[in-house]
Design a protein around this ligand. Structure first.
Ligand code: ATP
Length: 354
């Protein structure tokens, strides 16, 4: 049984997330699990209907999620010209990350088909790494601010917070994840103080994992390696901002932002949430051309998390099959609609040998 909270959010999310849910339903008819889900309409559309993007008891709602559900599937939150700035499904993201303390954001970068990458001569053997991004600290503290606004003396303060607890646990998570994947190579991306908290903690934690070859690589060098030598990378762990940028680059070399997906975990909790890495894509919203594969792969990752490996593998095979038959959206050079790609994935799921 999988109990799933579906929170599509804003922009193209209401187009792509339903394709992921339909795919989970289709897989549940074939594989050994039952799916129960409830959809929540937080975000811009709710604001337009009710005057509130999220309800008054939203913090309670977030806190109650792990009691009622095994996982959440979120889309994205972001700006919409129809509503005032700041109105969006973004509180969902902050609630899930900070409210539930789901601090480890795991963003795989794996090539689903060799011909999708813009990198010359690279294949799926070369592009297969994961970025683990710290999700609750860094620049996302919500404490930035400006004063003397609009004057020549304006000051903007944008602090970054790194706590010993936060840095230790994300590094430990990354080493454990490297072992879980059966890998032996981990790079820590940071460009902070030479003898700062990240460097010192990395030295301490890596000493406990002698079988893992651990390197401290500056984030700019890592960006260079992702493009020039992705085959040298296996697991990358990074502070919040660096992790965001590196994983978008990881998405780009997979072929499109519409392919990159992620899961957010806290190993002390049984609840986790999953989402596409892309945002609300306001430039293509409402046109039915958004790529649903990132959302479908996020749902696949959720099944893997819940232990339904066979169904998860079958969804990935179906995605690969759909791509190989050319059932792709415009971002991948195709002409198919969001719904047509979703249908092609489900068709391949039901008929894997066709
Ligand atoms: P955010 O600030 O929420 O990350 P953003 O505007 O920086 O949002 P996206 O919303 O991801 O980033 O959009 C960046 C570009 O990628 C846009 O041109 C958008 O159309 C494209 N894009 C994003 N997601 C998809 C998708 N699923 N399918 C096709 N194109 C996409």
């Amino acid at each position: 049984m999988v109990r799933l909270a579906v929170i599509p959010g804003d922009g193209i999310s209401s187009e792509v997330v339903p394709e992921a849910v339909k795919t989970l339903e289709a897989a549940s008819e074939i594989y050994e699990y039952s799916l129960e889900y409830e959809t929540f309409d937080f975000g811009v559309e709710r604001y337009l209907r009710t005057g509130q993007a999220v309800p008054d008891d939203f913090d309670d709602f977030i806190r109650s999620l792990p009691d009622k559900f095994d996982a959440a599937l979120f889309g994205a939150g972001g700006t919409d010209p129809r509503v005032p700035t700041g109105i969006s499904a973004q509180p969902v993201l902050h609630g899930l990350r900070r409210g539930l303390d789901l601090y480890a954001n795991v963003r795989p970068s794996r090539l689903l088909s060799d011909d999708l990458t813009p990198l010359k001569g690279k294949t799926s053997d070369d592009i297969d790494f994961v970025v683990i991004r710290e999700n609750t600290e860094g620049y996302e503290s919500g404490t930035a601010g400006n004063f003397k606004v609009g004057t020549p003396d304006e000051v903007e303060i944008r602090p970054e917070y790194n706590t010993r607890k936060g840095v230790s646990r994300i590094l430990e998570f990354a080493f454990e994840h490297t072992q879980r994947l059966g890998r032996t190579n981990l790079a820590m991306a940071e460009k902070g103080l030479p003898d700062g908290l990240w460097s010192r903690t990395f030295a301490d934690v890596s000493a406990r994992y002698p079988d893992i070859e651990a390197r401290h690589v500056h984030v700019d060098t890592l960006a260079y390696l992702i493009v020039t030598a992705p085959e040298t990378l296996s697991v990358i762990v990074a502070e919040n901002r660096a992790g965001d940028i590196l994983s978008d680059l990881g998405g780009a070399i997979q072929g499109s932002r519409g392919l990159a997906y992620s899961g957010c975990f806290n190993p002390e909790h049984e609840f986790a949430y999953f989402e596409p890495v892309h945002g609300t894509a306001p430039d293509i919203v409402g046109r039915g051309i958004a790529n649903p594969i990132a959302s479908i792969m996020a749902a696949r990752m959720m099944l893997e998390f819940r232990g339904h490996q066979q169904a998860a593998d079958a969804i990935e095979q179906a995605v690969r099959a759909a791509i190989s038959t050319g059932a792709v959206t415009r971002d991948l050079g195709g002409r198919n609609s969001t719904a047509q790609v979703g249908d092609a994935v489900r068709e391949a799921l039901r008929n894997p040998n066709r």
